[in-house]
Design a protein around this ligand. Structure first.
Ligand SMILES: [Zn+2]
Length: 88
């Protein structure tokens, strides 16, 4: 009989359960605590929104548009693999 090391230690299991519990309390829409954003508007947390741009994603969108050369995207465009790398 072969005795193998378990792939997950007790510590691993405890940590993954704690992470799952933490994530279950986060809002799937904005990523913050669910109890905050679903609290009563009159008595709960207040929010403000700001807009910024992910320049890495912007670069990707620009490259994808350039690849289509102003034409309608190829029906195979969804199969293309793109990567964005940081320069400098
Ligand atoms: Zn939310």
């Amino acid at each position: 009989m072969t005795v193998r090391e378990p792939a997950w230690t007790e510590q691993d299991r405890a940590e993954i359960l704690a992470l799952a519990l933490y994530r279950s309390r986060l809002c799937p829409l904005h990523g913050g605590p669910l109890d905050e954003c679903t609290s009563p508007e009159e008595t709960g947390a207040q929010f403000s929104a700001e807009r910024s741009t992910c320049r890495a994603r912007l670069t990707l969108i620009e490259a994808q548009r350039a690849a289509d050369d102003g034409k309608k995207p190829s029906p195979y465009a969804g199969a293309r693999l793109w990567t964005v790398k940081r320069r400098g």
